[in-house]
Design a protein around this ligand. Structure first.
Ligand code: ATP
Ligand code: MG
Ligand code: MG
Length: 426
């Protein structure tokens, strides 16, 4: 809603913060903000400009997010921790009010897009390992050094680090900085959906052109293979709007449904280990292309109950002691620790699911299960920390000979990545 208290309408070429940042195109939006690709004239780099809605509750939320992001940036001067970096912050006054703005480093596509792009088939395990390492390094930093719980870890909130620096390589990225408002912009220059579509088309064409050029020069196959081995998938954890310090928790109900830990559903209190649960769900999804838990409500039972049932079908029965400790336990469990309204569970262990449903070979399934299942312990205190998980041997395995099929899949992925990174809108 572009009205009082709502989003700020941006036109391409609009200056921000006394002219330091120039709006280039829209990257995305959420419930709280619109996010713009902007050009930083001071550093000559592209950045992401997050412009918050102006109403008081959004301003308050932005202040909290800025507080968390500042703590994250202060402890990470060398930018080695796999978390998004806050570059600047300022206020911007517009017709709809005053908007808090965050300037963040410009990152690539989310892991959700990567999963979609790979047609929900799962990524090669070597790539999953690389991504897992980055995410765990981010979590270890947040948890151990800062005492911060992310509380909303999911594929959408982990973004790839671009393999191309658009400020150094405008041709490859298809991005050249726009420094002023283009003339003759219809609609008074406000970016309407129609213009956005046109820009999108133009961006796609630019990328297609590059691909074509490479193709016509021949040797694309060779290049692809080379770049494949070289591509070091890296990613960073983003979206700290819901993050909190472990000793200053703000909400009882946290996390996005599919990635929610059992103790949150049961109202049994939570700590850093909720992020480890979500991490495991996400690792499973990266490797298989499917969500680990996608609960639905049904006749005679709620979404929460279905969720708990699915957890137990995968991971075995929840120990009675854990099941009965939450403030909502009595709604779901009887005094024996059995679900009240879902009586028959179809047990199907994790490694069998990987083999029988996801076509893993036996040893891959065994090794991956060995990594994942401790993270999915029903007892939060028993889950390994991010620091401990980083020591797990699974992360050091190198699948020696990726199958031809796998190679080809990732070939598409690698090419697609540069495509995706600069696609407009999401
Ligand atoms: P939410 O409702 O998810 O809390 P929000 O208003 O807090 O939304 P974000 O989720 O931070 O906004 O950002 C919205 C979208 O903008 C993201 O999903 C992503 O597509 C894009 N985006 C955000 N930050 C960046 C960045 N640093 N680089 C590139 N794209 C980004
Ligand atoms: Mg978000
Ligand atoms: Mg947010």
């Amino acid at each position: 809603a572009y009205r009082k208290g709502g989003y700020h309408a941006v036109r391409i070429g609009d200056p921000f913060n006394g002219g330091r940042y120039i709006a280039q195109r829209k990257l995305g939006w959420g419930n709280f903000s619109t996010v713009w690709l902007a050009y930083d004239t001071k550093s000559s780099k592209f950045v992401a400009l997050k412009i918050q809605k102006s109403a008081a509750e959004f301003a308050e939320a932005a202040l909290h997010e800025i507080q968390v992001l500042s703590a994250i940036a202060n402890g990470n001067p060398s930018d080695s921790k796999c978390v998004i970096r806050l570059i600047d912050q300022f206020k911007h006054s517009g017709p709809n009010g005053q908007h808090l703005c965050m300037v963040l480093e410009f990152l690539g596509d989310s892991l959700l897009r990567l999963i979609k792009h790979n047609r929900y088939k799962g990524l090669p395990l070597n790539k999953v390992r690389e991504l897992c390492k980055s995410i765990l390094m981010g979590l270890d930093y947040l948890h151990r050094e800062l005492g911060i719980i992310h509380t909303d870890l999911k594929p959408e909130n982990v973004l790839l680090v671009s393999t191309i620096d658009p400020s150094k390589d405008p041709e490859k990225s298809g991005l050249t900085p726009i420094l002023e408002r283009p003339e003759g912009n219809p609609n008074g220059g406000v970016v309407s959906n129609a213009i956005e579509k046109k820009l999108k088309r133009r961006a796609r064409k630019a990328v297609a052109k590059i691909a074509l050029r490479r193709d016509s020069m021949g040797g694309i196959k060779v290049r692809e293979k080379k770049s494949l081995d070289g591509i070091d998938l890296r990613c960073k954890v983003v979206d700290f709007g819901n993050a909190c310090w472990a000793d200053q928790q703000l909400a009882e109900e946290i996390q996005t449904r599919e990635y929610r830990a059992p103790e949150v559903i049961l109202g049994a209190g939570y700590s850093f280990s909720v992020d480890m649960w979500s991490f495991a769900c996400m690792a499973f999804e990266l490797a298989t292309g499917e969500m680990m838990f996608a609960p639905k409500c049904g006749q005679g039972f709620s979404e929460d109950e279905d969720h708990l049932a699915r957890m137990m079908e995968f991971l075995g029965k929840m120990p009675r002691k854990v099941a009965i400790t939450g403030s909502r336990s009595k709604e779901y469990f009887d005094r024996h620790g059995d679900l009240k309204r879902i009586r028959r569970l179809k047990f199907w262990s994790l490694d069998r699911v990987l083999v029988e449903k996801c076509n893993f070979n036996e040893s891959d399934a065994r090794e991956f299960t060995d990594f994942l299942s401790p993270l999915l312990d029903f007892a939060p205190d028993k889950r390994p920390t991010a620091e401990q998980s980083l020591q797990h041997p699974w992360l050091e395995i190198k699948s020696p000979n990726p199958s031809e099929e796998e190679k080809e899949d990732f070939g598409k992925l690698a090419v697609g990545m540069t495509n995706l990174q600069f696609e407009v809108g999401r």
